[in-house]
Ligand binder design. Structure first.
Ligand code: GLU
Ligand code: ZN
Length: 499
């Protein structure tokens, strides 16, 4: 498989609207744009499409910035970074939009439409009855200048519509191949609302032109806006706003969730916050997002962001819908956790332990060394960082605070377990030097050899009594780290509760 040619003139953009919480679909789009830019040694532009004051929020804007940073998707131009084509928040570009619309009207590419929503609806209804297409019927297209002035004088407010040229459209989509759209299906569309608000239909392609975007990589849901944007680029060249050819388009496949329907922003597995809170690594999530429509080749599914950038070829994006598989995402995350050094893993676990109230922030030296000691024991036993918390909690709470998991206790700490617990207590009490070897010998001699128990029956009760759960780091190591006094105290407590 050949790699795509490198082109430092490439300029791509990620241009979300700051509404709601960052979700998987938009981050996949960001990642593919980032990888395309980095592969080519080009420029990754981050633009905020915040022209809808009613829906946009500052919180959502900040969450977007934070999410891209967390994922390691650095941008070259945009909010915070600046750049030659700013400002990069559309709410700061309103004058420019107004000026451009004025020019478009003067040159005849756009015109005021005075139809009220009610009139539009009535005519749509009529068209439906007569079996005509229901889109805008061009009613205000050819009003004379005098008529327009009169309507304005009467206090009418007009939306500004783009005059579609009546030609068919075709482009070679980088993902989907040749796409052809007939002119008849696209009526004149609104660029600016009656109240003066510019719409996506105007500001998105206009800014792409002004920011000299060469490739538009975005979700398939936006495919239907592409012909209108192609028409608008022609007009923008017509009025001299740009001298560039159209960008090339690549529409990324849908992401499907459970039950073969589109993954929705509202699905819990869509939310980036969910991944961060439950201990996915950015490395793991990026790796999984990359697989939503792209493959690195050779059936390889584990690769880093840098490898992705090195190999990224938009031609290898599969146009078929990608299936979102949380299990696979989690498994890949587990592979990434196992890839971390022990020091790194300990660092990344800290916030989880802090928020569970198990360590202070910053940790005390004792907590720090307990963490360093336990990390090697759990390193290969988790797929998400949050899974470490219940496994190692027993080391960070006092004997009195330790809560036994009620289900595990009910299942394992039954009266039949009493002799094993007593034998374990006796054997451990007799140890003179508390270490891994002496612990293991004491427990094996007394429970396995002495009582003839199977390991599971012998050690299960000890494990639950001491760590509170059936799932813990290896038992002998756990006892070693916990220390003699706590181990004996905890065993004693379970013994008493069973007597
Ligand atoms: N602001 C648009 C969105 O978030 C951008 C779409 C595009 O990439 O053209 O859907
Ligand atoms: Zn009209």
């Amino acid at each position: 498989m050949t790699e795509a040619a490198v082109d430092p003139n490439v300029r791509v953009r990620f241009c979300p609207s700051p509404t709601g919480n960052p979700h998987v679909g938009m981050l996949r789009t960001a990642l593919f744009n980032w990888a395309f830019a980095r592969h080519n040694g080009g420029t990754f532009v981050f633009r905020i499409e915040d022209t809808d004051a009613a829906r946009d929020s500052e919180g959502s804007y900040l969450a977007l910035i934070d999410s891209l940073q967390w994922l390691g998707l650095d941008w070259d131009e945009g909010p915070e970074a600046g750049g030659d084509y700013g400002p990069y928040r559309q709410s700061e570009r309103l004058q420019l939009y107004a000026d451009t619309v004025e020019q478009l009207q003067q040159a005849g590419y756009a015109y005021p439409c005075f139809c009220t929503p009610q009139e539009l609806e009535e005519r749509r209804e009529q068209a439906r009855k007569e079996g005509r297409p229901p889109g805008y019927d061009g009613h205000c297209r050819d009003l004379s200048q005098a008529e327009r002035e009169e309507r304005y004088r009467d206090g009418a407010r007009a939306a500004i519509r783009f005059r579609m040229p009546g030609t068919d459209f075709a482009w070679d989509d980088l993902v989907r191949g040749r796409i052809e759209v007939s002119a008849a299906t696209i009526p004149d569309f609104v660029l600016v609302r009656g109240n003066g608000d510019p719409l996506y239909t105007l500001v998105n392609p206009l800014d792409d032109a002004l920011m000299r975007i060469t490739h538009v990589l975005r979700g398939e849901d936006l495919l239907s806006s592409t012909p209108r944007q192609l028409a608008l680029y022609d007009a923008l060249r017509g009025i001299g706003v740009t001298d560039l050819p159209n960008p090339q388009f690549g529409h990324l496949p849908y992401v499907m969730g459970e039950g073969n329907r589109k993954l929705s922003k509202r699905d819990p597995e869509s939310s980036l916050a969910m991944y961060r809170e439950s201990g996915y690594l950015p490395e793991g999530l990026v790796n999984y997002l990359a697989l939503l429509g792209w493959s690195i080749g050779d059936d390889r599914e584990f690769f880093s962001q840098q490898e992705m950038a090195a190999k990224f070829d938009i031609k290898r994006v599969n146009p078929n819908p990608a299936r979102f598989d949380l299990k696979k995402c989690t498994a890949i995350n587990g592979d990434w956790i196992r890839e971390l050094s022990e020091t790194d893993l300990a660092e990344r676990l800290k916030p989880f332990l802090v928020s569970a109230g198990l360590i202070s922030d910053p940790p005390t030296p004792e907590q720090q060394s307990a963490l360093a000691a336990v990390v090697p024991l759990i390193h290969t036993r988790m797929d998400r960082l949050d899974q470490a918390v219940p496994m190692i909690e027993f080391l960070f709470v006092s004997d009195a605070e330790l809560q036994l998991d009620p289900k595990d206790a009910a299942k394992i700490l039954k009266p039949e377990a009493l002799p094993a617990l007593e034998a374990a207590h006796n054997a451990l009490s007799a140890i003179t030097e508390w270490n891994l070897e002496s612990i293991e010998t004491a427990l094996r001699d007394s429970l396995i050899d002495g009582m003839g128990l199977k390991p599971r029956l012998a050690f299960g009760p000890v494990r639950v009594a001491v760590t509170g759960r059936r799932v813990s780091p290896p038992l002998f190591e756990s006892l070693d780290l916990l220390g003699r006094d706590s181990s004996l105290t905890r065993l004693q407590r379970s013994i008493e509760s069973l007597r």
